[in-house]
Design a protein around this ligand. Structure first.
Ligand code: C2E
Ligand code: MG
Ligand code: MG
Length: 705
């Protein structure tokens, strides 16, 4: 629809002349007969011009003009009033009534056309400007962008609406001076901003900065300020004009993104990405200053079991605890850095899962890295409390040294990982340095696994037997069957070297079954020979125990070999039993129903929840060898050993001391009421042939009191 011009002119001749003058402007000329018709058909958007007849008697054009002005959108309408040329006050009255302009009667068509064109043009410009302003204001509102202008001489600060909105202020309460602006900025950021403003006023260069503001409601926000100077004709700085934008949300999002990209959300430690970047930087620094740096690669031992048995939230909690212990540990042992030089950074990061990494940005001697590693091993092996239960977790650490074990981050990390596996192989809960020969070890591990798979069919396993004796008189009452691998090249491989691998690969199930059957067969054979009947103890591994068919397997083997169940003792470590307590209770009950003996091996080293012990259908506790090692010299070990013996008594369980090596230990044990023992003092584990001889004798030397 084209834009229009409304004509309210009574005289038909003048009306026709006006139409003729206006039509060439491209406006659709609408003639109206009355003020009411004008108001009814008037569209402030489309009506570009209103021409009112101020000369016609009976038409109150002045009142009508005022009415149009009050109409929504009518305040900007160009209203042209026709006034009588001979009325000297007509023009003033027209303007007073709100007319935009006037034309005199008699009407000069050319004058009307000019005036009308100017008015239409001005209106279009004004509309355009108004729309731009509206758009700008809207854009500024959306962008949370305000502006201000500081007149230096008058010290007045004129600000946009959005400026006030950002500061949470009303225009009236602001104050409108430079100082009022500064008051909204926290003291800590104020001086810096003042410095920037001063520099801009002096040097004339614009500035931009992020800083905090305190809104009138006390909330703190972050804004981005930009400002530049305005000069007068003489080139003197007269004003500073600035914009202010609320970037709080963006900043928060940026911080969040940065956090997610660079930190581990569970522990808050740096993640792998951040760590590798920092490592690369640290290595450069170490190289420049000719320094040693060390990487400690940590993996929690058997962490999976915590997740499997106590649940993932307990696992998460444990990882958080581990991370905070690592941090404290590093703080305490960070004395390895030389204070006199530029401090090299030490970083703890989580690589994922239960893997952590520690970078010691500077170490003076190799032993310093070992010192930190030892401390970590110690600190982490102290019990954690998870869901009200005490849990003991250990860690294995692999260490690489820059530049010996690698000159770049990747190599150092890879080698530290290998060293960590070496630590696991060494029985976990320890640290190992990486060195060239360990590459060979990694290879050996692969070969070992391949060989282990074939060892059963090649009949390379043998059992050795270690007697268990009565401390009263040295009588042999039992034997523990201990497996060895007669490796064609490596010779007799002790179980510590292959059982962990067999457990990881699942090969322990057939190997364990073989050991059980062989031990039962052997004992049965000795019985048939007429040798004294003793109990044979066989070690059971976690995957065997977890197998629901385990009791049936034991039953089958007992029947097949003809060994009576009371002559078989199954040894399970405390941690196997504490894995899934309810299942353990059931399994133990099933086994107990068969009539076999059940012992807890290495007691005192695993999960120390004594309340469960009562519910386990067990017969004997085997005191772990590590406690006896320092008995009777170490008061702590004396206390633990005595406590375990007392505990066994109070639960009406048997107790066997493992690893008895000296007569002093025997003299300590006897009065405690521990009557059974096993250890090198009596005999090392020996092969079947030798054990047969011991058994035939039936008794071993036992120190007197
Ligand atoms: P364990 O069941 O605690 O066996 C006792 C270990 O302590 C044996 O080591 C034994 O030789 C050693 N020992 C006994 N008395 C003394 C002593 O007086 N001093 C010292 N220093 N050590 C002593 P071994 O034979 O190397 O076995 C190590 C572990 O391997 C066993 O610990 C057991 O956990 C595992 N193992 C052995 N045979 C089997 C098996 O057939 N199946 C499974 N699953 N594990 C086995
Ligand atoms: Mg054992
Ligand atoms: Mg043991």
């Amino acid at each position: 629809m084209p834009n229009n011009a409304h004509l309210l002119i009574v005289d038909p001749e003048i009306r026709a002349a006006a139409r003729e003058a206006l039509e060439p402007l491209g406006l659709e000329v609408v003639e109206v007969a009355s003020g009411a018709a004008l108001v009814a058909g008037w569209d402030p958007e489309r009506t570009q011009l209103v021409l009112l007849d101020g000369t016609a008697p009976g038409l109150d054009s002045l009142a009508l003009c005022g009415e149009l002005r009050r109409f929504p959108g009518g305040e900007h309408a160009p209203v042209l009033l026709l006034v009588a040329g001979d009325d000297p006050d007509g023009v003033s009255r027209a303007f007073a009534a709100g007319a935009t302009d006037f034309v005199c009667c008699p009407l000069e068509a050319g004058v009307l056309a000019h005036r009308a064109r100017n008015l239409v043009h001005a209106r279009q410009m004004a509309t355009h400007l108004r729309r731009s302003e509206e758009k700008l204001a809207k854009a500024q509102r959306i962008a949370q962008l305000g502006w201000w202008e500081w007149d230096l001489e008058a010290n007045t600060l004129v600000c946009s609406q959005e400026f006030y909105a950002i500061l949470g202020l009303e225009r009236d309460s602001f104050g409108g001076t430079y100082e009022s602006l500064l008051r909204c900025i926290p003291r800590s950021d104020r001086e810096e901003l003042k410095g920037l403003i001063d520099a801009t006023l002096r040097g004339g260069d614009p500035f931009s900065t992020d800083h905090r503001i305190t809104r009138s409601d006390g909330a703190e926000r972050i804004v981005y300020q930009q400002a530049e100077v305005s000069r007068d004709e003489a080139g003197d700085v007269v004003r500073l004009v600035g914009t202010i934008q609320d970037i709080t949300e963006r900043k928060r999002a940026e911080d969040q993104i940065r956090f997610l990209a660079y930190f581990d959300s569970l522990t808050g430690l740096p993640n792998r990405r951040q760590f590798t970047e920092r490592l690369a930087r640290s290595l450069q620094t170490a190289q420049r200053h000719n320094r040693l740096a060390a990487l400690l690669f940590l993996d929690l031992d058997r962490f999976k079991r915590i997740n499997d048995t106590l649940g993932h939230s307990a696992g998460d909690h444990l990882l958080q605890e581990v991370s905070s212990r690592l941090l404290t540990c590093l703080r305490k042992t960070d004395c390895v850095t030389r204070p006199s030089e530029i401090a090299a950074e030490s970083v703890v990061a989580r690589l994922g899962g239960d893997e952590f990494i520690v970078l010691l940005g500077e170490v003076n001697r190799v032993q310093d890295a070992a010192k930190v590693a030892r401390r970590i091993v110690e600190v982490l092996s102290e019990p954690f409390v998870l869901q009200g239960q005490e849990v003991v977790v250990t860690t294995s650490i692999g260490i690489t040294l820059f530049p010996f074990d690698g000159e770049d981050a990747d190599t150092l990390l890879k080698n530290a990982d290998t060293a960590m596996y070496h630590a696991k192989d060494q029985g976990r809960n320890n640290y190992q340095f990486y060195n060239e020969s360990m590459n060979a070890t990694a290879f050996e591990r692969l070969v070992l696994e391949a060989n282990l798979r074939r060892a059963l069919e090649r009949q390379e396993f043998v059992l050795h037997y270690q007697p268990q004796v009565k401390l009263q008189d040295g009588r042999i009452f039992g034997a523990e069957a201990l497996i060895r691998w007669r490796h064609p090249e490596m010779g007799l491989v002790p179980p510590g070297k292959f059982i962990p691998l067999a457990e990881e690969t699942g090969l322990i199930v057939p190997i364990g079954e073989w050991a059980l059957r062989t031990a039962c067969e052997q004992m049965r054979a000795w019985q048939e020979e007429g040798l004294p009947t003793v109990r044979i103890a066989v070690n059971v591994s976690s995957p065997q125990f977890a197998d629901p068919g385990f009791a049936a397997t034991v039953d089958r083997i007992l029947r097949a070999t003809g060994l009576l169940p009371e002559h078989l003792d199954l040894e399970m470590t405390e941690s196997i039993l504490m894995g899934d307590v309810e299942t353990s209770i059931l399994c133990l009950r099933q086994l107990k129903e068969l009539g076999v003996w059940l012992s807890v091996d290495d007691f005192g080293t695993g999960y120390s929840s004594l309340s469960y012990l009562r519910r386990f259908a067990i017969d004997t506790l085997k005191v772990d060898r590590s406690f006896l090692l320092n008995v009777p010299d170490d008061p702590d070990h004396v206390a633990i050993t005595s406590a375990i013996i007392a505990l066994a008594h109070s639960l009406h369980l048997g107790v066997i001391a493992e690893g008895v090596e000296s007569p002093e230990q025997v003299r300590f044990l006897r009065p405690q009421g521990c009557g059974d023992a096993q250890g090198f003092l009596f005999s090392r584990p020996v092969d079947a042939e030798e054990f047969r001889v011991l058994l035939a004798c039936g008794r071993l030397d036992c120190p007197a009191d």
